[in-house]
Structure formats: C-alpha cells, structure tokens
Design a protein around this ligand. Structure first.
Ligand SMILES: NC(=O)c1ccc[n+]([C@@H]2O[C@H](COP(=O)([O-])OP(=O)(O)OC[C@H]3O[C@@H](n4cnc5c(N)ncnc54)[C@H](OP(=O)(O)O)[C@@H]3O)[C@@H](O)[C@H]2O)c1
Length: 293
C-alpha cells in the first residue's frame, strides 16, 4: 500500500496513560498500541495509530488536536519509529472556525490532501463521573449532550472549509471515523449512539453528494478500541453489561478491544484502495460482532 506523495490531515490525535492492560483473545498480548516517551508508556488513540500507519506507508502526516504536548510526543514517536517520516502538527480546537480557516490556509498545496476525521469525546472534553460517558438517559448532562453533538458540527465545518481545495485535486480520499455505535444500540449508550448515527449518516450522504467531484468518503465504524477509554473499572462494568445483553459473558476474561493500529491499517487500506470503500465495520476478535441491534 502506498501513500507516497500524499499529505494526510488527521484530526483527533491523542494519547492516554496506560491504566489497565487488556489482552487479545488469541495471542494473550496487550491490545493497545504502545507509545513510549521519556520512560513513560501511553496508549495511542485511533488518530495517533492512523498517523503512524499512514507515515509508515509514505504519507506526510499533519496531526491536529487541542493539546500540543501530546502532539509533540506523537510526532516524536512516529519520527523515531518510521525512517524518513514527515510529521507536522497544529494545536487547534475544531470548534473555533477562525482557527480552522487559519489551519486550512496554512497547509501547503504541493501534495494532494486527504483527511481522516477521528475527533471524539474520549479525551475528557466533558467531565463525567468515573470517566464513564455511557449513561442512562436519566443521568445524561446537558454538557455531554452538547459535546456529543459538537463532533458532527465540527466535522461539517471543517469539511466545508476543505471542499474547494478537494475539488481542485485529481482525487481526494476522506475517512470519517464514526463507530459501530452508529448501527449497534446498547443500554446506556443512547446519546452516543444518536451522535454516531448522525455522523455516519452524514458521511453516507456526503459520499453520494461528493463522489462526482472525485471526493471519495469512507465511513469507518470500529467497535471497542483499546485507547484508554475503557481503563476505568466502572466503564468496564458498563461495557460488560452491554456485552451480556448480546449474550456475551466477559466475567472470566477482559472485554476484548481492537488495537488502534488495526483501525489505522484498515484506514490505510481504504485510502489506498483501487475501489471506493464505502464503509468498514470492525470489532476486536471476541467482541460481540452484531451488525445492527
Ligand atoms: N476508542 C474507541 O473504542 C472507539 C470506538 C469506536 C469509535 N470511536 C470513535 O473514534 C474516534 C476516535 O476515538 P479515540 O478513542 O481514538 O479518541 P478520542 O479520545 O475520543 O478523540 C480523539 C481526539 O480528539 C481530540 N479532540 C476532541 N475534541 C476536539 C476539538 N474540539 N478540537 C480538536 N481536537 C479535539 C482530543 O484531543 P485533545 O483533547 O488534545 O483535543 C482526542 O485526543 C472518535 O470519534 C470515537 O468516538 C472510538
């Protein structure tokens, strides 16, 4: 797979400290994608692992999130692991339209630009008890509802700013990371499922609206991924309950999480395919594999 000669904007790049180690059902090995920096280990999130995989396949990568210190660690990790990697970053809040305009204007136009949108709420955008965003309808806060909806709004805003540039390119690949939550409902996930369903439907509508401009959109729907979001005990208990409702008992094992690197590799496949991959549904081996509820 070759991404040589492309620049990939990846929004939603981050890391979290390792607070729990999940293992793979087959290998027994940890399922996180490890980022080592100054003697500390972190879990790469989906955006970070995607940036790594894109750089490994020859792309110039441009990382975006709000926390500059994390972006610096991820840049160093990629540059030290991938020979010749070219990594830029911008610390930008996607909710800030003026900052987005500046970001888009700052990206050189020497290479075709692709975009992977992987922003989410996992990095603590909203304070939730026990880091658990999976709440019953009665327990939702206005802040959490607002934050869930903001991801769709920010995705549409940035796409609108990128479109005129995309339309001038020979072709453009865009990957929007939504979630299996878009198509798989669970108790305690109503707001998250609604927000993911909306972004997934937006990606699908954008797919049919933009392909005449050779802008090819892929909706990437991962299930549970080992990004650190599930490290808290309360989150694990909540997710185990979700699995139980689908007939899966994780009381004698951990819940099974896919490695972020697996999502990154699947995204590289979509970005480099000779076909237009419309959507990808993927879960960890051993995670309840239901498509639709
Ligand atoms: N982890 C999973 O199990 C899983 C499963 C299925 C789908 N997903 C989806 O996949 C995507 C990535 O998930 P993830 O767990 O890897 O990461 P995440 O922590 O949910 O979000 C990715 C990054 O987005 C950044 N971000 C949040 N709000 C932002 C804003 N307003 N402007 C700029 N950056 C912002 C955060 O960094 P800063 O705080 O530094 O800005 C964060 O590191 C999300 O859409 C998530 O819902 C995740």
């Amino acid at each position: 797979m070759n991404l040589q000669g492309t620049r990939i904007l990846i929004t939603g790049v981050g890391i979290k400290p390792v607070e729990y180690v999940f293992t793979d059902i087959t290998t027994g090995q940890p399922s996180h994608t490890s980022v080592l920096a100054d003697g500390k280990e972190y879990k790469a999130n989906i955006g970070a692992a995607t940036a790594f995989e894109c750089a490994k396949n020859g792309a110039v990568v441009h990382l975006v999130a709000r926390t500059e210190s994390k972006l610096q660690i991820i840049k160093k990790w990629i540059e030290e692991s991938v020979s010749g990697a070219q990594v830029k970053y911008s610390a930008v809040d996607l909710g800030d339209i003026a900052a987005l305009q500046k970001l888009v204007a700052s990206i050189p136009d020497d290479l075709p630009l692709y975009w992977v949108q992987s922003v989410g709420l996992g990095a603590g955008t909203v304070q939730v008890k026990d880091d658990n965003p999976y709440l019953l309808i009665d327990d939702l806060s206005e802040d959490l509802i607002e934050a869930e909806l903001s991801v769709l709004k920010n995705t549409v805003s940035l796409l609108r700013l990128l479109l005129s540039r995309f339309r001038k390119q020979k072709e453009t690949r865009v990957c929007v990371v939504s979630s299996m939550s878009a198509i798989r409902s669970v108790i305690s996930g109503s707001m998250h499922m609604a927000a993911k369903g909306a972004i997934s439907r937006f990606a699908n509508a954008a797919t049919i609206e933009l392909d005449k401009d050779k802008i090819f959109v892929t909706d990437m729907r991962p299930g549970i991924v080992d990004t650190g979001m599930y490290d808290s005990k309360v989150v694990q208990e909540t997710v185990s309950m979700m699995g139980k409702n689908y007939g899966y008992d994780y009381s004698k094992t951990n819940i099974f999480c896919a490695p972020p690197s697996a999502v990154g590799k699947a995204i590289v496949s979509a970005l480099t395919s000779e076909a237009h991959i419309l959507s990808i549904n993927m879960v960890a081996r051993g995670q309840w594999p239901h498509e639709q509820s």
